[in-house]
Design a protein around this ligand. Structure first.
Ligand code: SF4
Length: 370
């Protein structure tokens, strides 16, 4: 099904590669902003992105769009629905929304992340890869990745929304250069800013001065579980600090939303989590209330790939409101190849960080048959 994303948006990743959106599963082309292309505008206007638009128009089955396809099959709102609804009447391509990851600089090492998005993952990604855990597309070529913040030659006149991501965006000061460009061009007041953050630090005065210039701010706080399980799942997360900063955001002129990734190591903390956040849950795009992201990758952390009897054990424990999680979990047969990789992954981190009881329960269940 045609998706309007390539007509309205582009994402520049932490290593300068480009994608149409954050749901897109693979890299678009062998593109590096700053080397193969001067800037994102050159790619947005160029033949490769035009070919991609043509593939959309021809209704091709595009491999990188699998997440939207699965969402549609499961009756969940997809990223594609967002673009097709919000921009139903556009005719000409223009950058209306921009997603920027300027580096993989991060103060956390979250269990479902990888070295492309956190420099803290580099050593473990390499070690796990050597142990036979499939790190294809996850292991970064270097510990530190950066992409250009230069907006010279990028037409931002139609921009209505800027998403800043990381790494952890609030510790990447080069975002201030982008804000300065928006201010100089007198468009910052037309733009809504989305910040996806781990909420460990609150912006300093310099950041706050820019933030107040935007039309609107939506802050998406990433939290996968609470308490000790949360601290294990997102290494660096501090429940107390999270709560303090959450209160500061609520008192700042912002729309505060929450995003949680559901995977083998967070699923048994979901009941406590949704109770603690205490907002309506949904499975669509983050930015409103509490979004639950039913992740497909990495495959060895995807709950669909767990053995059927382990899925039963999880399903019995989940709150009624999480029926979509159960549906998603049973939508595919388990995959022995990924179960074996999950075990290696688990054992590696059990040795390194110890293991919370919720995760032990899943592992012991898996071991009954593997
Ligand atoms: S179909 Fe989904 S993954 Fe593909 S470009 Fe559109 S929003 Fe992104």
């Amino acid at each position: 099904m045609k998706c309007l994303a390539p007509w309205v948006t582009i994402r520049q990743d932490e290593d300068g590669s480009v994608m149409p959106c954050s749901s897109y599963f693979t890299r678009l082309k062998d593109v590096k902003i700053g080397s193969t292309h001067r800037n994102i505008q050159e790619f947005f206007n160029g033949s490769d992105y035009n070919d991609f638009r043509m593939r959309m128009c021809n209704d091709e089955d595009i491999k990188g769009c699998i997440e939207c396809k699965v969402d549609a099959e499961n009756g969940n709102p997809s990223h594609r629905d967002y673009w097709n609804t919000k921009y139903a009447n556009i005719t000409e391509p223009a950058i209306r929304e921009l997603e920027l990851c300027l580096s993989n600089k991060c103060n956390f090492q979250c269990i479902a992340c990888n070295s492309h998005f956190s420099n803290k993952w580099y050593k473990d990604d390499k070690a796990l890869n050597e142990l036979g855990v499939d790190k294809t597309g996850q292991l970064s070529p270097r510990r530190h990745l950066t992409s250009p913040d230069d907006m010279v030659g990028v037409n931002l006149d139609s921009l209505v929304l800027l998403r800043i991501l990381g790494g952890e965006p609030l510790i990447e000061p080069r975002f201030l250069n982008v804000f300065e460009v928006l201010k100089e061009r007198n468009i910052i007041q037309n733009v809504e800013l989305f910040i996806n953050t781990n909420n460990y630090i609150f912006p300093n005065k310099e950041w706050q001065e820019y933030l107040r210039l935007f039309k609107k701010i939506t802050i998406v706080l990433s939290i996968d579980s609470i308490g000790k399980l949360g601290e294990w799942n997102r290494h660096g997360f501090d429940m107390k600090k999270f709560t303090i900063n959450e209160g500061r955001w609520i008192n700042f002129p912002t729309n505060v939303a929450y995003n949680s990734v559901v995977h083998n190591f967070s699923v048994l903390g979901l009941n406590d989590l949704i109770h603690w956040v205490d907002l309506p849950i949904h499975f669509g795009m983050e930015g409103k209330d509490h979004a639950l992201d039913l992740t497909l990758g990495p495959s060895y952390l995807c709950i669909q790939n767990l053995p059927e009897h382990t899925k039963e054990l999880i399903a019995d424990k989940l709150d009624q409101r999480l029926y979509k999680v159960k549906e998603f979990m049973f939508a595919e047969e388990h995959n022995p190849k990924y179960v074996k990789q999950y075990k290696k992954f688990y054992e590696y981190f059990e040795k390194k960080w110890g293991m919370p009881k919720e995760n032990k329960l899943i592992y012991e269940s898996v071991c009954e048959k593997y």
